[in-house]
Design a protein around this ligand. Structure first.
Ligand SMILES: [Zn+2]
Length: 391
């Protein structure tokens, strides 16, 4: 049994602010980056042998525990598969699985066309099947609502006599473990699945579960499901099967009754174009998806209308019981105070940046003056947003 010890939000979550290319744009100019850059160059030019060699070199150079290691190992695996090196591909996948961070990233492999030549081989299956033994942990949050940890994101289930309602599914390969865990909690059939946003670590099993369950998601999530999923540059996963598509698109506040409880589903679009947050009104549990990430210094309020996003979230929080248990899409359980604190810092940062723009300060001056209060990349983000042409 393998537990997911650490959730590092390498792929989709912590990087929302800086864009899809950011996981590999750190400060340290290590040797592995040179090989990685050469591997990316080879991938773009279609030289699969060089792609495989450079990515294997980069993965070999990365120290254990480095947050980029799973990503680079995954590249090494897919590159090897494309170059006809089946054994190496399976070895790199197994190495990715052995990492304690983002090991469920191997969920992309069965969907990634790069693995097409080996996807049916017993060696490939033997790695993918490792995820079936995943040991998930659970915690009761309130009423009959439980948190399941270890599937790649925070999965919340309501276990009722009407069956199970699930918020997010984690990665696809976690599904056997997820079903087992729901069973252990005494859950019956999974009847309803609410998807907080269209990232694979949150909706990996929605197509499988959606075959029997009613799916709720934002229209932005439906649109994303119908398009190829760009896992990382040059790595594109085919669209979701039709069973994943929402039976109900939630583009404005909706209350549903499930298991004797009224559950509110509220659009909180910011992190993606399809974010939903969910509030269990009796159990007093809120799942805010990746709209809220506890370890961030502030909220990412999106680029469309950040003030409206914060107002909307504030109003939603105000409607909740004061002792509501709050979850983001990842990390630990917290309370309303932690979310409100992030909103306060976000509003303060926005006001500070607007003031400095009014005073004619440059982006660098703004970052420097504000550096003791706000991380520079956040002030830079707001500065660029507020000085965009047409705003
Ligand atoms: Zn996430």
């Amino acid at each position: 049994m393998k537990a997911q010890h650490v959730v590092v939000l390498v792929l989709h979550c912590a990087t929302a602010l800086t864009g899809a290319a950011s996981p590999l744009l750190g400060q340290d100019a290590d040797a592995w980056r040179v090989s990685f850059a050469a591997g990316e160059e080879a991938r773009r030019s279609g030289d699969v042998t060089a792609y495989a060699n450079e990515m294997a070199a980069a993965a070999g150079l990365l120290p254990a525990g480095h947050s980029n290691r799973p990503l680079v190992q995954y590249h090494a695996a897919r590159a090897a598969a494309m170059a006809g090196q089946a054994d190496a591909a399976v070895q790199w996948l197994r190495a990715t699985w052995s990492e304690d961070i983002e090991s469920l990233m191997i969920s992309f492999a069965p969907l990634d066309p790069a693995f097409g030549p080996i996807v049916a081989s017993p060696e490939f299956r033997s790695v993918v099947d490792l995820a079936g033994d995943l040991a998930l942990t659970t915690r009761r949050l309130g009423g009959d609502v439980h948190l399941i940890v270890g599937a790649g994101s925070n999965v919340v289930v309501k276990i009722s006599s009407d069956g199970v309602l699930m918020v997010d599914t984690g990665y696809g390969l976690a599904l056997p473990a997820l079903r087992r865990t729901v069973n252990d909690l005494g859950g019956g059939p999974i009847r309803t699945v609410i998807v907080t946003h269209p990232h694979e670590d949150h909706m990996g099993s929605v197509a499988e579960l959606g075959a029997d369950a009613e799916v709720y998601a934002h229209s932005g999530t439906a649109a994303a499901m119908a398009a190829p999923y760009v896992f990382m540059e040059g790595v594109s996963i085919p669209p979701k099967a039709s069973t994943a598509m929402p039976d109900t698109e939630v583009d404005s506040d909706l209350s549903i009754d499930f298991g004797g409880e009224s559950i509110r589903i509220v659009p909180t679009v910011a992190h993606t174009r399809g974010d939903l947050s969910v509030y269990f009104t009796e159990s007093r549990v809120a799942h805010l998806g990746d709209a809220f990430l506890p370890s961030n210094p502030m909220m990412y309020p999106g680029t469309v209308d950040p003030d409206a996003f914060l107002d909307r979230l504030d109003a939603f929080l105000d409607s909740m019981h004061p002792e509501t248990v709050v979850l983001g899409g990842h990390e630990d359980v917290t309370g309303l105070g932690a979310v409100r604190a992030q909103i306060r810092v976000t509003r303060a940062a926005m006001a500070f940046v607007r003031g400095s723009i009014d005073e004619g300060m440059s982006i660098q001056e703004t970052a420097q003056v504000g550096q003791n209060r706000f991380p520079a990349q956040w002030t830079a983000f707001f500065y660029q947003l507020f000085t965009q042409p047409g705003r």
